[in-house]
Design a protein around this ligand. Structure first.
Ligand SMILES: *Cc1c(COP(=O)(O)O)cnc(C)c1O
Length: 395
């Protein structure tokens, strides 16, 4: 059996163990320490590097989900509230809504970017607000490294007093109209889970515009401990802080982020060169408002046929053929509105363009596949993968 090609495995260099050794030498193992503060500052510098985008205040935490929970708490989301969220996403984008006792409303994707449909979102926000039922917050996800169309949704949220939270867990290094993903609004979240574009072996970050928000988040992330010599508490907090050792890994990873984005984009191009873009295989488009980090190379099978059944069958045949060759590939995220745990939840759906699949997200899920995109992949790996895909779509 040939060596396994994973979807998006960690990619470490010599810098990471050096930073970890520094943490060990200083005995700042956990939780906080100088490496953690440095990681937060280095991320803030990365996000604000253009000098045009104002300040960033970063809070490193144990996961992207934890960062999103803090964002919703700071945004004032409370029991009984409604929170809108992208429908086509990973569940970490919306579980914190339930942590706060609030109810999600899922908004469908658009074909152009696979992200939340801005026209649908704006129309629904206007309608909900007119009926006195505006959500407290909206979580806007940047899928697979491509930013969503932020501005029209941000305008509508501002008009109706809805807090907009940016889920940039998959999109670190991507841009929207020249601005960096993660820094578009008052709160952004990043993830350093094992398969993301950079990893700390598990971790996340809350990015705040405002230093006071970041201070409050650090307070809540460390059990809401008041400043007193004893343990004094006036509110409920969480144990969410990232460890100093994990932050050390993140510092090494961050140094290479730009290089990793370039490499992921080159891998995407390598797939397109080998398989072509159109006909049986169509790749995730890149919207004109930004530059994707191409975290994962994703494609649709038989995207142009009205009925998704053939695309779905091909998708599954390709996935299983890859698995038989010890190559990991995964279907596109299954929309939240189709998840049993969210049965009956309100969904704002577009017409899937007559696909018979209900929503656009459901159609992308049916036909879509994520291909291996790790930055250590070789041209030979790409050849090996594309030979299998070609064989299955031709056969
Ligand atoms: C990975 C991910 C998260 C959650 O991050 P964790 O660090 O795994 O908790 C949230 N949203 C999206 C879109 C993600 O891909």
């Amino acid at each position: 059996m040939k060596e396994r090609i994973f979807l998006s495995p960690p990619h470490m260099g010599p810098e990471e163990p050096a930073f970890v050794a520094e943490a060990f030498a200083s005995n700042y193992i956990a939780p906080v320490g100088p490496g953690l503060t440095a990681f937060e500052q280095e991320m803030a510098q990365y996000l604000t590097r253009s000098g045009r985008d104002g300040e960033a205040h970063c809070v490193a935490v144990s996961s992207g989900t934890a960062a999103l929970h803090l964002a919703l708490r700071l945004a004032g989301v409370a029991a009984g509230d409604r929170v809108a969220c992208s429908d086509l996403t990973f569940i970490g984008s919306c579980t914190p809504i339930a942590f706060q006792g609030a109810t999600p409303v899922f908004i469908d994707a658009e074909r152009g970017s696979w992200n939340m449909d801005p026209a649908l979102a704006v129309e629904w926000l206007d309608r909900a607000a007119a009926g006195g039922r505006a959500p407290r917050a909206l979580v806007l996800v940047h899928l697979y490294g491509q930013t969503a169309d932020w501005d029209p949704i941000a305008d509508a949220c501002a008009r109706h007093g809805v807090e907009l939270v940016e889920d940039a867990a998959e999109a670190l290094g991507a841009t929207y109209r020249g601005r960096r993903a993660g820094l578009l609004g008052r709160f952004g979240i990043l993830s350093f889970n094992g398969n993301k574009i950079i990893t700390t072996g598990g971790g996340g970050m809350l990015v705040c515009r405002d230093a006071d928000d970041a201070d409050r988040a650090r307070f809540l992330a460390t059990q809401a401990r008041e400043s007193a010599p004893h343990y004094e508490h006036t509110t409920i907090g969480y144990n969410y802080r990232l460890s100093n050792v994990a932050a050390a890994i993140g510092r090494g990873q961050l140094m290479k982020l730009d290089e990793r984005v370039q490499r992921r984009r080159r891998i995407f191009d390598g797939y397109v060169q080998r398989l072509g873009d159109g006909g049986a295989v169509r790749f995730m488009p890149e919207a004109d408002w930004g530059r994707s980090n191409r975290w994962l190379t994703c494609c649709l099978f038989h995207a142009d046929e009205p009925d998704a059944a053939r695309g779905q069958a091909t998708r599954e045949r390709v996935r299983l053929a890859l698995e038989a060759e010890n190559i990991e590939a995964r279907p596109v995220w299954k929309p939240m509105s189709l998840q049993p745990v969210y049965a009956g939840v309100e969904t704002v759906a577009g017409t899937a363009g007559g696909t018979g699949n209900g929503t656009v997200g459901a159609d992308l899920f049916a036909r879509g596949l994520c291909l291996p995109s790790g930055t250590q992949m070789t041209d030979e790996d790409l050849d090996r993968i594309c030979d299998v895909v070609r064989r299955e779509i031709e056969g």
